[in-house]
Design a protein around this ligand. Structure first.
Ligand code: FAD
Length: 356
């Protein structure tokens, strides 16, 4: 049903389409979740402003939806307005600069950049979701993070109701974190992201999986060869959206890799009969793969708990095995959190956003 705002003279001042009771499950990669009380698709910055005004007038909560690939929506749905960001457009400027509207598909933008022979995001090929979603959790994979190439983020500041251009230094990027999902969560709606890529770049082959993939190669792979390799590796792990593959009815990795003080790591390593994989994470800090912790707490690939489960290809991906509810996934989440905490004394942090 279209919502027509009336100004004081009774004349509709805009005609943004608002729909009611829209099922959210099909709009998420988990395929889980009840309806949105209100739903709108913004294709311009003005429409974002209109939607925000509507939520304010109705005094209802607002949720910003991108590609729905990092969400677990509750079975009851969302009682307010779900605003889908549908702004489109990619503008290429000299010097490897791309200004990309938030509603563009991320993987398609990666392909566009590579076609223009620009590097810096080739290892991020195949990640689902929208461009506007990438700064939110500082998307990363195979040795690259978007924070390495984001120059600025354009967003509506809900405190002032004005669009601002935030330089990368103000976005607070760290591992899977930014101000957008951290200290300023809920304050900004991203409308565009400016990436500074490298013209005629040499591709990045720094990650172990990629090095292995190209080990027989005499020459250095091109940007598009690296992107294809990444997509292929992701597919083998159920980390690429492939129609009909139940292993990708997920939100990707469900848990972040914990970063712990080195003495915590030493304790875990001391108790383990096998070598515990780990990476340096700054002074006196160590990152431990969450997948290793899950596996050693009894949660292996293919594990099933009712209609929820763990991907048969990737330990960290909780999946909807078919007809799962959010409740089913949360039960599995809690079982994992409890087992890992009681075995290792580490409380894992989930990566997806819980809605409603
Ligand atoms: C199979 C699979 C593989 C994945 N692999 C990876 C991976 O390798 N690395 C990785 O980092 N992530 C990965 N993910 C997670 C996910 O793809 C990313 O986090 C993605 O960037 C989310 O974008 P989205 O548009 O789908 O956001 P959504 O899921 O729609 O939203 C996620 C959060 O971002 C907010 N948001 C979205 N758009 C905007 C906007 N325009 N303005 C303000 N807030 C916004 C939402 O409100 C919500 O809080 C994977 C997911 C799946 C399903």
């Amino acid at each position: 049903m279209p919502y027509l705002r009336q100004d004081s003279g009774g004349v509709p001042s805009y005609k943004m389409q608002l729909q009611e009771n829209i099922p959210l499950a099909p709009l998420t990669t988990f395929h889980i979740g009840g309806p949105a009380r209100w739903y709108a698709d913004a294709t311009t910055e003005d429409e974002i402003l209109e939607a925000v005004a509507f939520a304010g007038e109705q005094e209802i909560p607002l949720f910003v939806l991108g590609g729905g690939s990092n969400l677990l929506v509750s079975d009851a749905g969302f009682p307010g307005l779900v605003l889908h960001i549908g702004l489109r457009g990619i503008e290429q400027r000299p010097g490897g600069i791309f200004v990309v509207a938030a509603g563009e598909d991320w993987d398609q933008f990666v392909s566009t950049a590579i076609e223009a022979n620009c590097g810096g995001i080739e290892c991020l090929a195949g990640i689902p979701g929208s461009v506007g979603g990438t700064p939110v959790q500082n998307v990363g994979a195979y040795g690259q993070e978007v924070s390495q190439t984001i120059a600025s983020v354009r967003a509506l500041d809900l405190r002032t109701n004005e669009f601002v251009d935030l330089p990368a230094e103000r976005c607070g990027f760290t591992y899977r974190r930014s101000i957008f999902n951290g200290i300023q969560r809920g304050r900004y709606i991203v409308s565009a992201v400016t990436y500074e890529l490298v013209n005629n770049a040499k591709s990045a082959v720094n990650y172990a999986d990629l090095k292995r993939y190209f080990q027989e190669r005499a020459s250095h792979p091109s940007l598009s060869e690296v992107a294809s390799a990444v997509r292929e590796i992701r597919k083998s792990k159920g980390m690429l959206l492939v129609e009909g593959d139940p292993d990708c009815r997920s939100a990707g990795s469900f848990f972040k890799n914990p970063v712990v003080p080195s003495e915590v790591f030493a304790r875990i390593a001391g108790q383990s009969a096998t070598t515990v994989p780990h990476y340096d994470a700054g002074p006196q800090m160590v990152k431990i793969p969450a997948a290793w912790l899950l596996e050693h707490a009894g949660f292996l690939k293919g594990y099933a708990l009712g209609r929820a489960g763990i991907s048969s290809k990737h330990t960290l991906a909780l999946i909807n095995r078919g007809g799962a509810s959010a409740e089913d996934v949360l039960m599995l989440r809690d079982a994992i959190l409890q087992a890992v905490e009681s075995r290792f004394g580490i409380r894992l942090e989930p990566e997806p956003v819980f809605v409603g």
